[in-house]
Structures are given as C-alpha cells and as structure tokens.
Ligand binder design. Structure first.
Ligand code: GLU
Ligand code: MG
Length: 450
C-alpha cells in the first residue's frame, strides 16, 4: 500500500507539476480535476470537490433534463494511491484514478468504480476472483481538409500497416509499460489506420483501471504526434467498428486455479463457465446497455461484421456475442477464458465489467444453462432456424437496450438504486439528444470524445 508521502516523493522525483484525479462518468467520458503538486497532500487526504451534477451529465456536455443531480451538492474525488503514475506523454503531469466519496466518507451510490468494487467483493464472498482484460481496437487518424482521415490504407494484419504505424505504436507500448500496463501483442486491424494492442489480464478492478489508462495513453501519444486516436464504436459508417472485447476468467481464492477450466470438456470450459455464459446470455439484452452504451454502439453491432449481433455463444465463434476462447498448448488451465464481443470502448469500464459480473454470477447461482454452442455464423441461419434454437437479435438501438436494462432487476439491483436510476436517466437523455439528428452529427459527436 502506498502512503501519501510515497506518492508525493514519486511526484517530486518525476518533476510533476500537476496531478490529475480522473474518473469515468455515467456516459463513458473520462473526466477529472487536477491539483498543483504543492497542494497534492491535502487533496490526497480530503479529495477534490466535484459537483454531484456530473453524474447527471451527458456526452453532449449538458445536464440530463430529468437528472436527479444539479447545482446543489458535492462529492469528493478521492484518489486511489496505487494508481499514481507520471504521464509519459505529458511529462509535467501525473494521474490517479479516483472514487466518488460522500462527505461522510462512504462511497457515493452513483460512483461507478465503487460499484465494481462491490461486485468484486460479492464474488470474493463466494470464493471467486476475476482476471479480466479489455481488448481495444482504435483508429489513428490525421486531420485533412475533408475532416479526420485514417493514417494509412493498411490491410488487416498487414506488415505495411506495421511499418506505417511503427513509431507511434512503439511509443504507445512504451508509455503503457511505464504505467504498469503490460502489452501482449500488436497488429493492424481490418480498417485502414485501425490498430489493436491486446494487453495482459489483471484483477477486475485493475483491469478496468487499465482501460482508462489505455484510452488516455493512446489518445495522449497520438496527440503528441500531431495525430488523433478515436475509440468511437463506429467512427466511419462504412469501415470496421472498434470493439473492446471483454475477456474474463474466474479464479479460486489462492489465484492458482482457473475455475472456468475443465480438461474433460471439449471446449475446456467448466460447468461454472457454462453457467456464467448462461447468465450473461440471459441478461444480454440489458447488459449491452452497459457494455455497448452509446448511440454509436448500435451502428457497430451489425450481423457479419465480427462485432456480434445475435445472442448466442460458441467456441472461437467471432460472430457470437460470447466466444469461448480456445486455450493455448501447455497453458490450457490458465488460458481458457470467455470473451464478450458486444462491448466497445465507449463504455464505462467499471460499469461494463461490474454488469458482466452481475449477469454471470446470476447464471452461476441459478445454474442457468446456455444451451447448445453455435458452430456457425448466426446470420447464415434462416430466421426460423434461429428461432428454433432460441437465438435472438441483440437490441438494435440504445433506446431498446435502455428499455431492457430498466426491466432487468438483477442488473439494476446490482448497480444499486442511485447508480441504476441515474444511468438510465443519462442514457435516455443521450438518446433524446441524438434521435432526431443525422448520421454526420452522430459520427462527429462520438469521434473526438472516446
Ligand atoms: N472490429 C470488430 C468489432 O467491432 C472485431 C474484429 C475482431 O477482432 O474479431 O468488434
Ligand atoms: Mg480485433
């Protein structure tokens, strides 16, 4: 555990002048306030004040008309000292991730990070801890006269793309490493200028923190190169979308045994793993309101785009909402995991992961069977075939997903009344803000903010 003194020392050693206290709001926007390093100690001890209104704010930078929170009332941004890192791409600044804490020192009901902590705690009571990783795709773009354009014409996994993006990718990887985020792989993705940098899994809270670090770092390094990065789910209407697939495995208390592994099963997945999937599929129409939560998200979730559009699962099936990831030779026990495809980087990672855990735990508790694994592209089945196998389409708009979430007592119950209510209010306000607007407005509004 770091002490305030140790954090101060690290800040001074790194020549830091400003320290950012960051959080992610209900609409997936990363926000925060900074303190001058001379005032860091009191801010560590008592936080930085934040108007409660910010959890009724939407990505159009306006208060939700129905918002519960407004001009009266304040919470404190209380930093997690373990998350302190100087920013390699902004050398006089450092960052900590913060919880939203009330004046009585208890977590605010509308704090997303505290929600995920509760889910981790609830799992711990059942002897389960999680390893998770958010697997991002993003575009690197430059500004041209006609607007933002991809930095290259690279093909999927093409070595030309690797050369084109080499300097900036190297710098992103270095910056992530310096902040304790371990990069596992890198490759140019399907879209021109689209990149993927999978990172190593981490305990649930850390994994969600890493997602904030990842979004911040990629954007920050791109800006330092005179470029932009966008994590919008579908930044270009006619090009591949940006997924943020959520990988998860369950571990025993000692962290030694992957509870999702069963060597006897053809997919190497345990009964608990299948029940977890059963829970995720049962709650998926509502869960996508948490994992794919922007208006732009539903432009991405289309059949035959490898983003998933149907509620089904299968081993290494990249058109299924849940994929059982095949394990690696010699590392079968540790590497088997499940991947949620209908997740994108416009989500609040604390809320998305917390929601997925709530859905999966419900499946484990009720022993919900996920049905038969799907070995084909669900879009290639006839409608009758899908119906007979019980394969439903995912919600096709944010509005539909919010309606499902509102009716889902398990997910809303897990979020708690304050967070669930405000999340729904915020998302409804966003839907209202976009529903009469055209495609160009939607793309422009999402491009720069994620
Ligand atoms: N770009 C696809 C998505 O939107 C994912 C492609 C893949 O990595 O399978 O999720
Ligand atoms: Mg990919």
């Amino acid at each position: 555990m770091s002490t305030p003194e140790q954090v101060l020392e690290k800040a001074h050693d790194a020549g830091v002048r400003l320290v950012r206290f960051l959080y992610c709001d209900n609409d997936g926007i990363i926000r925060g306030k900074t303190t001058h390093v001379d005032f860091l100690k009191p801010c560590i001890e008592a936080g930085i004040g934040l108007t409660v209104a910010m959890q009724s704010f939407i990505m159009l930078d306006a208060l939700s008309p129905e918002g519960t929170f407004g001009p009266v009332g304040e919470v404190r941004l209380m930093p997690d000292l373990e998350t302190f890192t100087p920013l390699p791409y902004a050398p006089r600044s450092a960052r900590m991730l913060a919880d939203l804490i009330q004046h009585d020192r208890t977590p605010w009901g509308a704090c997303p990070r505290s929600f995920l902590k509760r889910m981790v705690e609830r799992s711990g009571e059942r002897g389960v801890q999680w390893q998770a990783a958010f697997e991002n795709e993003f575009y690197l773009v430059r500004q041209a006269e006609e607007g933002f354009v991809p930095i290259d014409h690279s093909l999927c996994f093409s070595s030309i793309g690797m050369d084109e993006a080499e300097p900036i990718i190297q710098e992103i990887i270095e910056a992530l490493g310096l902040q304790g985020v371990q990069v596992e792989k890198y490759f140019p993705e399907l879209g021109p200028g689209q990149q993927e940098i999978p990172i190593h899994h981490a305990p649930a809270l850390r994994a969600a923190d890493n997602q904030i670090v990842f979004r911040e770092t990629v954007r920050g390094v791109a800006r330092a190169h005179g470029l932009w990065a966008t994590f919008a789910p579908k930044p270009f209407a006619d090009l591949a979308g940006n997924g943020c697939h959520l990988h998860l495995s369950a571990w025993d208390e000692a962290g030694e045994r992957n509870l999702f592994f069963d060597g006897e099963d053809p997919n190497r997945l345990s009964r608990q793993g299948y029940h977890f999937i059963g829970g995720v599929l049962a709650h998926l129409p509502a869960l996508v309101a948490l994992t794919a939560p922007s208006v732009n998200s539903y432009r991405r979730l289309q059949p035959q785009t490898w983003a998933s559009a149907f509620i089904c699962y299968g081993p290494d099936n990249r058109e299924a909402a849940v994929r059982i990831v095949s394990p690696y030779w010699g590392r079968e026990m540790e590497s088997v995991n499940i991947e949620l495809k209908c997740s994108d980087p416009s989500n609040n990672p604390y809320i998305a992961l917390g929601g997925m855990l709530a859905a999966g735990l419900d499946g484990i508790e009720k022993e919900i069977e996920p049905g038969e694994a799907l070995m084909v592209d669900p879009a290639r089945l006839s409608e009758e075939e899908r119906e007979s196998r019980g394969i439903r389409r995912l919600p096709t708009t944010l509005e539909e997903a919010i309606g499902e979430l509102e009716r889902d007592e398990v997910l809303c119950g897990a979020m708690g009344p304050v967070l669930a209510k405000e999340y729904l209010i915020v998302k409804r306000a966003v839907w209202e803000g976009f529903k009469d607007k055209d495609e160009a407005f939607e793309l422009a509004q999402h491009f720069y903010k994620f």
